[in-house]
Ligand binder design. Structure first.
Ligand SMILES: Cc1ncc(COP(=O)(O)O)c(C=O)c1O
Length: 452
């Protein structure tokens, strides 16, 4: 059993066992890790196991996990129904070239819940889901281009990567954001077929869509893009974009890889978006790798291989593998309306209490998010889009200090991105988060008082 939060070591650095693991890892990975998103400060914290809302590291320390593997674990770690279902399936085999009944059940569950999700195909990651949604839109419209929101992350596909990391020096006009390569060597042809829109800037975003309609297959919209600030869409923003898209022959792709968890029926339903195609992932796999491309039957017909070569060929060695399907089914069955309502209350509670703590002290922070997601910003006014959420060096440092403070208090919250709740959490966990944040505000004013 690891140490409890009450016997935490104040200012505990990354423990010796994690440091030793990192030293070994540096010999085999380019930077010592196998994903760019792993937090290192200066080395990563290596985990031994997870249980419910908590993680236990190699050094025996216990942490409340606000990351939940990038919001993919809606029920926290080692959720009993998933373990039992997967253990049963594992004995019966882990991957077949043939379909299983479980994939039908999981697909039927999702199509039964999410409006406009009439057909779907399972893949292995959210990136793949986005890529295939884009390809289906291209095949349907015969056009190559993609419009996306500035700062929004949609995974690793060249056409969806640009303009995630712009800064005031290079991001151009807010009414027509620059299309910035994400990696050196991005083909010019890719950048020429991408159009970048500002979130919550309805007039300019609609005008850009209409002006580029001749080359756009789709507009990709995450209803609450996390890296663009985890900002709620202003009323009418998504519907206005969808209306322009529809009138110009551009398909609407909802990227709900993270935000499906926003309601029992998903995020588009919550915010009044009526998509043509969806990209899903994360919670749908119950903690195992998954993605799903779906949407209206008319557009999903692009994948129909029953009469020979389809418009878009989609396969994948591990697509719809029975382990991910079984885990996903157990997870999504338990993510019923009651679970969803509980998470909504917990999310409202943490956001409300964090905001109250900030207001009482007049501290330069704000909180965004909805449902089971929240994000703390080192900004007095809650941002409305990527540019307003963009951090100066001093703001980034303040958030890194906050992240370290939380870790010292036994809470893992990524420095730069969103925090997510799970059904394994209770009001007692929320009290830990709020208490730690209040202690940070009261004892570390030098970390933030110079901010605006
Ligand atoms: C909105 C969104 N789309 C797509 C992806 C890519 O999903 P994956 O990491 O499973 O490839 C992510 C991952 O965080 C995401 O947040």
């Amino acid at each position: 059993m690891g140490k409890s939060i009450s016997d935490r070591t104040p200012n505990a650095p990354i423990g010796p066992a994690s440091q030793a693991a990192f030293a070994r890892a540096r010999a085999v990975f380019p930077d010592g890790t196998s994903r760019a998103t792993v937090e290192r400060d200066p080395s990563p914290r290596y985990m031994k196991r997870g249980q419910g809302a908590y993680l236990y590291d190699l050094d025996g320390r216990r942490f409340l996990d606000l990351n939940n593997n990038f919001a993919s674990l809606i029920h926290g770690h080692a959720f009993a129904p998933v373990i039992e279902a997967v253990a049963r399936q594992l004995k019966d085999g882990s991957a077949f070239a043939n379909p299983t009944e479980t994939e039908i059940e999981l697909a039927a569950l999702l199509c039964g819940r999410v409006p406009f999700l009439e057909r779907l195909r399972f893949v292995n990651s959210g990136s793949e889901a986005v890529m295939f949604a884009v390809k289906a839109a291209r095949a349907h419209t015969g056009k190559p281009g993609i419009a996306k929101i500035e700062g929004a992350y949609h995974g690793a596909y060249d056409w969806i990567e640009p303009s995630q990391t712009g800064s005031p020096e290079n991001w151009g006009l807010e009414s027509a954001p620059a299309v910035l390569p994400y990696y050196r060597g991005t083909p010019r042809a890719v950048l020429d077929s991408v159009v970048v829109l500002s979130f919550n800037h309805t007039a300019s975003a609609c005008a850009l869509l209409a002006a580029n309609a001749h080359k756009l297959a789709a507009v990709v919209l995450d209803p609450m893009p996390s890296r663009a600030g985890l900002v709620t869409p202003e009323p009418g923003f998504l519907a206005a974009l969808a209306a322009v898209a529809r009138s110009c022959g551009i398909l609407v792709i909802a990227d709900e890889v993270i935000n499906l968890r926003q309601s029992h029926r998903g995020a588009s339903a919550r915010y009044g978006l009526e998509p043509d195609l969806f990209a899903l992932g994360k919670i749908v796999g119950g903690g195992l790798p998954v993605g799903a491309v779906g949407g209206r039957a008319e557009f999903m017909a692009a994948f129909d291989a029953s009469r020979g070569r389809p418009a878009v060929a989609q396969g994948g060695t591990f697509s719809a593998n029975p382990l991910s399907m079984t885990a996903g089914l157990a997870c999504m069955n338990a993510f019923d309306e009651a679970a969803c309502d509980g998470l909504e209350r917990l999310g409202d509670s943490v956001r409300e209490k964090l905001r109250a703590a900030i207001a009482r002290r007049g501290a330069p922070f704000s909180v965004t998010g909805a449902a089971s997601l929240f994000r703390i910003h080192p900004k007095r006014r809650a941002p409305r889009n990527y540019r307003e959420a963009h951090r100066s060096a001093a703001e980034s440092e303040a958030m890194a200090t906050l992240g370290r403070f939380f870790a010292d208090e036994g809470i893992l919250m990524a420095h730069a991105t969103l925090a997510s709740l799970s059904t394994a959490m209770t009001e007692a966990d929320i009290a830990l988060v709020v208490g730690a944040f209040e202690r940070f505000l009261d004892t570390r004013p030098q970390a933030y008082e110079a901010l605006g």
